[in-house]
Design a protein around this ligand. Structure first.
Ligand SMILES: Nc1nc2c(ncn2[C@@H]2O[C@H](COP(=O)(O)OP(=O)(O)OP(=O)(O)O)[C@@H](O)[C@H]2O)c(=O)[nH]1
Ligand SMILES: O=C([O-])CC(=O)C(=O)O
Ligand SMILES: [Mn+2]
Length: 604
């Protein structure tokens, strides 16, 4: 059954055992081990071209467009399960299933699931193989789209087998689109099964995903491993797995700082990571755009790596004006998913240019109707590209030791109330701030777009265990880091004015906020103490060359006491769901904020 001759990969013995077991159950026509070569990538491309899964994008060498079905365009949070032995260990924010029951359900679904398909075995490393913060995994999938995407997003290499053979830990990640073919049955361009399960078994560190081929549901190294499984590993082993970008700020004086930022899906991580600074004294280097693994180093500081090898970014809204770095990065060797196609063979999406080109083919492959409401590209259309193609990538972005973090920034999409930037009073207060992050929902997940929900640490859909315990883990990390802990901030680029516009110009101008963060880290500015945290004093934000009304800006950096008192009622309600698992420290922080707000209200 197993077709070793095809690649001559000497797979690690326990990988082979697992592969044989899965193949015996799922009954693929053949098994193909990948080693990460260009020839293999080309082979996957050829398979997909033949099947109609992708079409070339002639204007961009080595680039392709994949069109999914209408129902397989985003993460599906209601089909995502944490299968811990005890329900309480999944916590109130996760869907829980009993692991034995879940396995039984999946066992049935996987029976013969890969019939007449090729089963790909993909050894991958998150971080450089052998790095002190790195981890290994093997994904099995019957989707060539998933296999090709994994080759861009992770380090696919048979060195993984050598490391496994020498005893290194690895994660099993099993995926099937769940569409076996009957004898002679023709395939469709985007096969997927509407009966979907994205399951994580945090205790045995396993992932099993069925039915969907969409990124977050199927590229199992990403959200399933690097966040859900890794967060559980990190809790047990004293490190952190976070939904964070990582960037380096380099000042013309030579000073450098490293910052991580946790914003919910489609709330600006990729854009901030690739920021083109509007302040000439600062240059930004990209280290990661979505996931950070952090570990205390020998010097007691917190070090972060980007475990990924590529970017799976949101296309709509990306333009030469908003993110020229990303636009340049996508000029070649990019897999686009669910974008529109122009008449002359280029990709297009809403926000890419002001003018909508004529005669677009929309993401469904149909003629676009410019007079209608439907967008040409799906709002969660994505690009997949290797990190090294990014013009702003830090030359040492894959240093296995990571970079020492000076500041952590939380944020979300809040049309009102939440100021442009704020610093927490302490690590503990920062954990309170992170635990209360909330944001308007975006198209990155199925569900109502625009509704505000709590998304603590931007990890609501990604914590692999009880979120109350996750808060406690953050508090513990702060205790052990002591005065070497990064400073914690909160930002909001998404305030709206009465016309629905963004009063803060955002994008490159966010450099001005990073500049204030840097000055707070060095102690060059003092800020103003308010009940919710430290806000910039009126003259502390550098506004040189920026056209913004002073009153508008003042409102963006003020504390609306009454608004915040209401907000804290919502936080109290949210905290109740954690019961006994809510760390006492956070309850006390909430009481303190409420008291400070009350005092401020009475002083007025
Ligand atoms: N108004 C405004 N929009 C922004 C800003 N930064 C990003 N956006 C828009 O927000 C959307 C998502 O931005 P991304 O940077 O891709 O978000 P992300 O957090 O990386 O998203 P995921 O890949 O889903 O994790 C895009 O349409 C951006 O154009 C900003 O500063 N201001
Ligand atoms: O995981 C995905 O599918 C895309 C992504 O980055 C997110 O939703 O945060
Ligand atoms: Mn992103």
């Amino acid at each position: 059954m197993t077709d070793f001759a095809a690649t001559e990969v000497l797979a690690a013995a326990d990988v082979r055992t697992w592969v044989d077991e899965v193949a015996a159950k799922t009954k693929p026509a053949s098994v193909r081990y990948l080693t990460g070569s260009d020839a293999e990538y080309q082979e996957l491309v050829d398979v997909m071209l033949e099947a109609g899964t992708i079409v070339p994008v002639p204007k961009r060498p080595g680039s392709y467009l994949a069109r999914s079905t209408k129902d397989d365009v985003a993460r599906m949070e209601d089909r995502t399960f944490i299968c811990s032995e005890q329900e309480i260990d999944a916590g109130p924010t996760n869907n829980w299933r009993d692991p034995a029951e879940m396995r039984e359900t999946l066992d049935e679904l996987f029976e013969g699931a890969m019939a007449r398909r090729t089963m790909y075995v993909i050894p991958f490393s998150m971080g450089v193989v052998g790095g002190p913060i790195s981890q290994l995994g093997v994904e099995i999938t019957d989707s060539p789209y998933v296999a090709a995407s994994m080759m861009y997003m992770t380090r696919v290499t048979d060195e993984v087998h050598t490391a496994i053979e020498s005893g290194d830990f690895w994660v099993k990640a099993l995926h099937s689109i769940g569409v076996p073919l009957a004898e002679g049955e023709a395939d469709v361009a985007w096969p997927s099964n509407p009966n979907r399960y994205i399951t994580q078994f945090p205790e045995t560190r396993e992932i099993i995903s069925f039915g969907s081929a969409y990124g977050g549901n199927a590229l199992l190294a990403k959200k399933c491993f690097a966040l859900r499984i890794a967060s559980a590993m990190a809790r047990d082993e004293g490190w952190m797995a976070e939904h964070m970008l990582i960037l380096r700020m380099r000042h013309e004086s030579g000073r450098t700082l490293h910052i991580t930022g946790a914003f919910p899906s489609a709330c600006g991580k990729t854009n901030l990571a690739m920021l083109q600074s509007s302040m000439p004294e600062w240059t930004i280097e990209t280290i990661g755009d979505d996931i950070a693994w952090l570990r205390p180093g020998k010097d007691g500081r917190l070090y972060a790596i980007n475990p990924e090898y590529g970017f799976f970014g949101v296309a709509p809204g990306t333009s030469v004006k908003t993110n020229s770095v990303a636009m340049e990065m996508m000029e070649r060797d990019t897999i686009f998913t669910n974008v529109a196609l122009t008449e002359d063979g280029d990709v297009w999406w809403e926000g890419m240019t002001k003018e909508v080109p004529e005669n677009l083919t929309n993401w469904l492959g149909e003629p676009h109707d410019p007079s209608g409401d439907a967008p040409a590209a799906h709002p969660n259309a994505r690009f997949t590209v290797r990190a090294m193609q990014c013009p702003s990538i830090a030359p040492d972005y894959d240093d296995p030791a990571g970079v020492p973090i000076d500041a952590i920034i939380f944020g979300g999409r809040r049309p009102s109330l939440v100021p442009l930037v704020m610093q927490s009073r302490s690590w503990q207060h920062g954990v309170f701030v992170g635990s209360t992050v909330s944001s308007q929902q975006t198209a990155a997940a199925e569900g109502p777009v625009g509704q505000i929900r709590r998304d603590p640490f931007a990890m609501l859909p990604f914590a692999g265990y009880n979120m109350g315990d996750y808060f406690a883990h953050w508090l513990r990390m702060g205790e052990s880091l002591g005065d070497k802990a990064p400073k914690i901030f909160n930002v909001n680029w998404f305030r709206r004015d009465e016309e629905g516009g963004f009063p803060w110009p955002g994008f490159s101008e966010n450099a001005r906020v990073l500049d204030w963060v840097a000055k707070r880290v060095s102690g060059e500015v003092t800020g103003v103490e308010t009940p919710i945290g430290i806000l910039p004093a009126a003259d502390e934000l550098n506004l040189d060359g920026l056209e913004i009304d002073r009153d508008v800006l003042d409102e963006l950096i003020s504390c609306d006491v009454e608004g915040w008192r209401d907000e804290m009622l919502g936080v109290s309600e949210f905290y109740e769901i954690f019961g006994q698992r809510l760390p006492g420290e956070l309850g006390r922080e909430l009481t303190d904020v409420k008291r400070r707000l009350k005092e401020a209200a009475e002083a007025n």
